[in-house]
Design a protein around this ligand. Structure first.
Ligand SMILES: NC(=O)c1ccc[n+]([C@@H]2O[C@H](COP(=O)([O-])OP(=O)(O)OC[C@H]3O[C@@H](n4cnc5c(N)ncnc54)[C@H](O)[C@@H]3O)[C@@H](O)[C@H]2O)c1
Length: 270
């Protein structure tokens, strides 16, 4: 019998975090390292490594790999490098994504004129990349009979963004969240169910973790309006994400697969 606290440990495990050098990637990477895993932080080649990861790189818990995760060829190449340097991969966090955060400086568009190329690229990065990385790493996990995949969704997989949150921004035309964003996240959540049922018999668990809006320099008026919409009354802090990720990535969730864990302070409960 493994003690409860030990079921959250990841000693000897190797994890891949895609989009590992952005805002949330380092949060996932750090919690996985703290639980004992070696982590491959994968991001676009040449993407700057944030200072916040320097200590993990320094002690060898984390290594950075360049790849375009929408390309099968690029992911195959990266997978070989990761396995050579860190060993076979037990945990995959499909976190790479694109969005347009609400900023006064954002280039805005009308729905009628929205660029189909932007729509398609959003689907490629937010859904196709998770499929490609799952093909590559999930298939190997299935062969070995164990593994955990966590797909990073969003509260906008469940509900549509409320345009009133952005009305105060001085943009013309008014700021709109990209329409493909929520659509891509909803698709990712259902892809999670597909992969969970496909690989369940092989011992690979696949779940989605859907954060609410994460605090990160948004303007005060946006935050005020957003917080009013949240039963817990505030935006998501980085620490709020750590426990849920570790739960889904570790043996603590050994009988959990095919679910979407919403970490949104209750936003979607209203
Ligand atoms: N920040 C939030 O409030 C929030 C809320 C809910 C969900 N999310 C989701 O969390 C994930 C991370 O968000 P974030 O805020 O850290 O975004 P971010 O833009 O800061 O980071 C995303 C990272 O993905 C990388 N990336 C993009 N395309 C890539 C590609 N083709 N190949 C490899 N890497 C690529 C980027 O270079 C970047 O480092 C996203 O999937 C996002 O949709 C974020």
């Amino acid at each position: 019998m493994i003690a409860l606290a030990d079921r959250f440990r990841l000693d000897g495990r190797t994890a891949v975090v895609t989009g590992g050098l952005g805002r949330l990637g380092p949060i996932w990477a750090r919690v996985l390292c703290e639980a004992g895993a070696r982590v491959a932080a994968v991001d676009l080649p040449g993407f700057p490594v944030p200072n916040s990861l320097a200590d993990l790189q320094g002690d060898g818990a984390l290594e950075v790999f360049g790849a375009d995760v929408t390309s099968r060829e690029s992911v195959d190449r990266m997978a070989v490098e990761v396995e050579e340097r860190l060993g076979e991969v037990d945990i995959l966090v499909n976190n790479a994504g694109i969005d347009a955060p609400p900023e006064a400086t954002a280039r805005t568009f009308t729905l009628a004129d929205h660029d189909a190329g932007v729509f398609l690229r959003t689907l490629q990065v937010n859904v196709l990349s998770a499929f490609v990385c799952s093909q590559v790493f999930g298939s190997r996990m299935a062969q070995r009979g164990h593994g955990a995949i966590v797909n990073i969704g969003s509260l906008y997989a469940s509900v549509s963004p409320d345009a009133r949150l952005y009305e105060h921004l001085p943009a013309d035309p008014p700021f709109l969240k990209p329409p493909a964003y929520g659509a891509s996240k909803a698709a990712l959540v259902n892809l999670t169910r597909y992969l969970a049922t496909h690989w369940g018999p092989a011992g690979v668990r696949v779940n989605a973790l859907s954060p609410g809006g994460v605090e990160g320099g948004q303007d005060p008026e946006f935050k005020r309006k957003f917080n009013e919409r949240v039963p817990l009354g505030r935006m998501c802090a980085p620490e709020d994400l750590e426990g849920p990720l570790l739960f889904l990535a570790s043996g603590a969730s050994s009988y959990v697969t095919g679910v979407e864990l919403l970490v949104d302070g209750g936003f979607t409960a209203w």
